[in-house]
Every structure is written in structure tokens, then in C-alpha cells.
Design a protein around this ligand. Structure first.
Ligand code: MG
Length: 160
């Protein structure tokens, strides 16, 4: 069986008063949220780059240019479903996906399972194929100062 690995990384500035949506899950009590041309969902963006990379289909900027007003305020889960449609069309299914989210706020752990279920559904996989981890910057760097959220994704695709 042919397998391919892909990685993705994304970072968005956190701004007071922005809705905080990561992995398509709202963190209603979080006073800051990611700033972006779309909804700023750094988790979805990292996952899009991972699956596109594994399939050899380029990257998120090529598929959804941030110069295109069509993607202003876009729902990143919708972008993920569209990216995945191209990957599946190219003959791949998800083996597994592992995502690391680095931020001071929100606290990822309590909603990690909900994020995994969302992402798995968008990727046509069972929730056990997706793992979400949260960690903090311990006061160091922009994540540690609470200025941004950074997401890193690694996926394995299998020949469908
Ligand atoms: Mg992004």
C-alpha cells in the first residue's frame, strides 16, 4: 500500500473580541480569537496544508488565495471540506492526523475531542483517526505572551 506523509503549520494573531473558533469548534468563553482574512481557524489551515502537501496538491494559499474577496470571513471548515474533496478525488483516504495547538488561550484540552470529531467528519474518517493536543508557551515567544495561536499538523494518507 502506498502511503504519503504531509505537514502543515499556521499561526494567527489573537485579538480581543474576535470569536474564537479552532478546528471548527467555538470556545465561547475565550475573550480573544484568531484574526485572519477568513475566520482565522489556524487548526483548519494547518490541516489543509498537511493533507494538500501529502497529496502533492500544493498549499492553502494556492487553493484559496487571501487576495480573493470570495474567501473573506470564510468558514475554514468549509475550506477544509473543499480541500479534502480534491485530495479524495486524487485517490487518497486519511490514515491518521495528529495536530498540536500552541497557545495560552483558549484551553484546548476540554474541546479536543469535539475538534477531532469535526476534523474527522470533514476528512471522511473515524474520530479515532484524528488526535488533537494542546500545549502552552510557558511565557516564551509570541504564543507564551498570548499574542497568537500556532497549529502544527502531520497526516498520513493511504491509497484509497
Ligand atoms: Mg491561516
Amino acid at each position: 500500500m502506498t502511503v504519503r506523509i504531509g505537514q502543515g503549520w499556521d499561526r494567527h494573531r489573537l485579538k480581543t473580541g474576535r470569536p474564537c473558533v479552532l478546528g471548527g469548534v467555538l470556545f465561547p468563553d475565550c475573550p480573544v480569537g484568531p484574526l485572519g482574512h477568513s475566520d482565522g481557524d489556524a487548526v483548519c489551515h494547518a490541516v489543509i496544508d498537511a493533507v494538500l502537501g501529502a497529496a502533492g496538491l500544493g498549499d492553502i494559499g494556492g487553493m484559496f488565495p487571501d487576495t480573493d474577496q470570495a474567501f473573506a470571513g470564510a468558514d475554514s471548515m468549509d475550506l477544509l471540506r473543499r480541500a479534502w474533496a480534491a485530495v479524495a478525488e486524487a485517490g487518497w483516504r486519511l490514515g491518521n492526523l495528529d495536530v498540536l495547538v500552541v497557545c495560552e488561550r483558549p484551553l484546548v484540552g476540554p474541546r479536543a475531542e469535539a475538534m477531532a470529531r469535526n476534523l474527522a467528519a470533514a476528512l471522511g474518517a473515524g474520530a479515532d483517526a484524528v488526535n488533537i493536543k494542546g500545549t502552552r508557551g510557558e511565557g516564551l515567544g509570541p504564543e507564551g505572551r498570548g499574542e497568537c495561536v500556532t497549529a502544527q499538523a502531520v497526516c498520513l494518507l493511504e491509497e484509497a
